[in-house]
Design a protein around this ligand. Sequence first.
Ligand code: MN
Length: 321
Amino acid sequence: MKVRKIALEEAFTFDAFREETAAIRSRFNPAWARYVGERIEDLGDRRIADMDAAGIDVQVLSLTSPGIQGMEDPRAAVATAARANDLLAGAVRAHPTRFAGFAALPCQDPRAAVAELERAVKQLGFKGALVNGHTRGAYLDEQRFWCIWEAAEALDVPIYVHPTDPVSPWACCQGYPIGGVPWGWAFETGSHALRVILAGVFDRFPKATMILGHMGEFLPFSLVRLDDRMDFVVARTGLEHAPSHYVRRNVLVTTSGVHDPAALRCTLDVLGSERVLFAVDYPYQRNEDAARFIESVDLSERDRALVCHGNAERVLRLRAD
Ligand code: MN
């Protein structure tokens, strides 16, 4: 029996970023660059045909990386985020049973980001926000961004922290293509999540929720060592709990781009089946590969239903069909 599938990390872009995203794609393997290039701006028939072909029922869409986070001018970031969110809202209105939205946020101006999040959730019906990692080197642990966590908690919507390139390349990755998507992105993004945890954001906003993709950006595998050795090096973090407590309480993880039964088992063991959610990472990953993985991997039917749709329906308050 086909399982209803709601996918949470599904990318689009639009004319404001057309050249930038094409330049990024030019670094990819050419066949993949073409596949992505033909799909990433489509918010209608082509996307839905690809979903239908693989049995994806709903995409929760977001502006692709780096998007707003890469912009230099705060006023331009505010205006462009609003355009991106309006464009996505139009697609959701046209296909309300197939699409939902995560807002782009102009973190360059934290108060404007809060206003845009409130507008996106209350007026456009968005389900949360997706931030493409650091905003020109600024991470979401900084005090000036706590108003965004405060607003997300008050609105009861999650903030998805998506990977991006590091501020400067790591020496340990130089000379090999591992600094970005295949490896470095997970360390970059897992570290971003730890910064937010260690800053005390979730002591202050205990009901705030962060979503991480890619089976948790290395965190589920590392929690025991993290707690143990954090204690070893600092004795006290100043937090109310060990770091793992916040990962289990405030973080949700998606399966985007990791079609690996062992990684899924680890993530489920650590977080529990109510905190792991399906995602594809379309069009950077193929819908059919993600669908085949989640439908065939060894899971109880209860857990499969939670991961594929039940958790998303609960957390994002999506209609259950
Ligand atoms: Mn992605």
